[in-house]
Design a protein around this ligand. Structure first.
Ligand code: ADP
Length: 306
């Protein structure tokens, strides 16, 4: 195999009670990438469409992630990478993660799969280190593994794949404003009260149980974030009203996607998700902010070969 065209999916991380540890993979929102072997012993980003991003391999997350893979393998095989961006960078739905995960997935396939999907997460995390200064896994893991991923620990590194109930849908609102990841990190408090910590791990445990038992009501009741959301949500215009609008339209739960500005509503079934999407659109069209709205299934396979 000399070249591969792939779909690199968007992901929702920091899922409420799973702040920093729980993410999931979207099905119809994502970038396309074309990765091709070259005979130049050189890694190159040859084309980027849809966004202004660095072509320099040391400055593009796709380049950095692949370099770390090739270094581990001791390989000097050259590759040309094309990135066709559909996910806006800085949206909070894993734009950088899609490129990092997509690039290492394709290169690994073209090299006859020396690494398992879980091993690829570690290389993709090097791209995340470049994007945000923090090599976190809660976007790249669901992009590579599909479904819901739980980052149990970094040392030792352990990621678990969780099941995704069939009827789940995600509605994503992306207000087209910029929130710098640095700013949204800076306002988080570093200490948590025991009362809030207990509420959070109670909810996270219940959420994981509900994924295994297809208990949609419990999923909804557990999607709460007592710790980060009350602070971060002040950066997102009309956050509280959006929460009410989504819940009144029947969403199971509502929260911030990644570090914002995107927000998500988790829904049961296509019909309800359309209702929630329409209600959010109806509310937001009267505000002074441009936006994009997505409705997606949970993608249980992750990156797709096209
Ligand atoms: P998101 O959560 O949507 O991924 P981030 O703020 O974490 O947004 O990452 C975007 C940052 O990563 C931007 O500074 C962008 O310039 C940088 N970046 C480098 N390469 C890429 C790429 N291939 N795709 C997206 N962002 C990239």
């Amino acid at each position: 195999m000399e070249e591969l065209r792939i779909f690199a999916p968007a992901t929702v991380a920091n899922l409420s009670c799973g702040f920093d540890v729980l993410g999931c993979c979207l099905d119809n929102v994502g970038d396309e990438m074309l990765v091709r072997k070259n005979n130049l012993n050189q890694l190159r980003i040859t084309r980027i469409t849809g966004e202004e991003l660095p072509m320099d391999i040391d400055k593009n997350v796709a380049g950095v992630a692949v370099l770390s893979l090739l270094k581990r393998l001791g390989s000097d095989q050259g590759f040309d990478i094309e990135i066709h961006k559909k996910i806006k960078s800085g949206s909070g739905i894993g734009s950088s993660a899609a490129s990092s995960a997509g690039a290492v997935f394709a290169v690994n396939k073209l090299l006859d799969e020396p690494f398992s999907p879980k091993e690829l997460i570690l290389f993709a995390m090097e791209g995340e280190r470049l994007a945000s200064g923090n090599p976190h896994a809660d976007n790249v893991a669901p992009a590579l593994l599909g479904g819901f991923s739980l980052v149990k620990s970094y040392e030792p590194f352990e990621v678990l794949s969780l099941p995704s109930p069939e009827e789940l849908r995600m509605v994503i609102l992306h207000p087209l404003i910029e929130i710098r990841t640095k700013d949204s990190r800076a306002i988080i408090k570093q200490n948590v009260s025991l009362v809030k910590a207990i509420a959070q791990w109670g909810n996270l445990g219940a959420f994981v149980s509900a994924l295994y038992t297809n208990d949609y009501d419990l999923l909804g009741r557990s999607l709460k974030d007592e710790i980060v959301e009350p602070i971060r949500s002040i950066l997102i215009p009309y956050y509280d009203r959006l929460d009410e609008v989504a819940m009144e339209a029947g969403a199971l739960g509502f929260g911030i996607s990644g570090s914002g500005p995107s927000v998500y509503a988790l829904c049961r079934g296509e019909e309800n998700a359309v209702k929630v999407k329409d209600a959010i659109a109806d509310f937001y069209k009267d505000q002074d902010i441009d936006f994009q709205l997505h409705l997606s299934k949970i993608n249980s396979n992750g990156i797709r070969i096209l």
